[in-house]
Design a protein. Structure first.
Length: 316
């Protein structure tokens, strides 16, 4: 059960008086969270999700919450933070930064098909287009500088082949990262478990707490590596085409993006390989993250490097 900070009914009822949402009917812990405490909250006015942030600090959260509000106001099916009676999206509950957001309908899916991937591509394009007018900026906290900084810390845990691969790829990305690609607000974690569907139709996108300012192409590559993965590190050509072509119908790719596609697929795989290595071998004291297998993204990276000429095309 991923509820790390317990909230009693009395505590929540008192906290909810800050909001114009009626009175508490029910609160139920959500087991799926791996970094934060989450509750389904039902009041006499509707259903919401309460999040108590266990890792992010209060000063970091306005970027994410305001981005969600900006996107929701633009028609993106993402949770909308609820403002309290003073107009604030962020409060404090039991010593933790806390927010309430609208509850979206639908469930995530384990085995996507081409139709699912096309809808994800369309969603991502809408996010990028709407996010282009979001004024706040935040560097990627797990971007290229972070990979380089933590590499010496994770190398002792790797065998010789893995160590050579990591050092080589970090160097490759530092030398070849393309300048001038379109950029803006990105989700940066658009995995299958962060998108909701109902009866085959996409109904929501959640978990914006890795969002940042970055290259849109990098965001597409992150999504493709998860949604279009076919096993053994390879990508499914049909699902990849469905996702990237649906995106391009709303925002056509620039020639510079076409040329950078294979490098960005590698960068997206590297980012999650490094972060999973770090979370597995060097967890923070008291960290709540449930470490995932780093080998999954290591294998994707190896395949992308070995089969660069065979990678599904970005589209046009």
């Amino acid at each position: 059960m991923s509820v790390f900070t317990t909230v009693t009914s009395d505590e929540l009822s008192a906290w909810l008086r800050r909001y114009a949402l009626g009175t508490l009917v029910e609160a139920k812990g959500i087991a799926a969270g791996i970094e934060n405490t989450n509750y389904f909250v039902t009041t006499t006015s509707g259903r919401y999700v309460l999040t108590l942030f266990e890792k992010l600090e209060a000063h970091e959260l306005p970027f994410y919450l305001d981005l969600m509000a900006h996107l929701a106001d633009a028609g993106i099916p993402c949770p909308h933070p609820i403002a309290d009676r003073s107009g604030n999206h962020l409060g404090e509950l039991n010593g933790k930064p806390a927010s309430l957001v609208t509850l979206l309908r639908g469930r995530d899916i384990d085995v996507p098909d081409e139709a699912h991937c096309a809808q994800v591509g369309e969603l991502l394009a809408h996010i990028h287009i709407a996010g282009a007018t979001y004024a706040a900026r935040m560097d990627n906290p797990r971007g290229r500088s972070w990979w380089s900084a933590v590499m010496p810390e994770v190398l002792p845990f790797l065998d010789a082949d893995e160590a050579r691969l990591l050092q080589s790829e970090v160097d490759y990305q530092a030398r070849t990262w393309p300048a001038g690609l379109p950029r803006g607000a990105i989700h940066a974690d658009l995995f299958r478990d962060n998108v909701l569907f109902s009866d085959g139709r996409l109904t929501g996108v959640i978990d914006f707490y890795f969002a940042c300012t970055g290259e849109w192409l990098y965001d597409i590559a992150i999504a493709v590596n998860d949604w279009c993965h076919a096993g053994a590190g390879a990508l499914d050509a049909q699902r990849t085409a469905a996702l990237v072509n649906a995106y391009a119908r709303l925002r056509p790719y620039m020639p510079e993006e076409q040329r950078a596609w294979s490098a960005m697929l590698r960068a997206a795989a590297l980012r999650f390989w490094v972060s999973r290595l770090y979370d597995l071998h060097l967890p923070r004291p008291g960290a709540l993250t449930h470490a995932k297998d780093p080998a999954h993204f290591r294998d994707i990276l190896i395949h992308h490097i070995a089969h660069e000429r065979e990678l599904p095309l970005l589209g046009s």
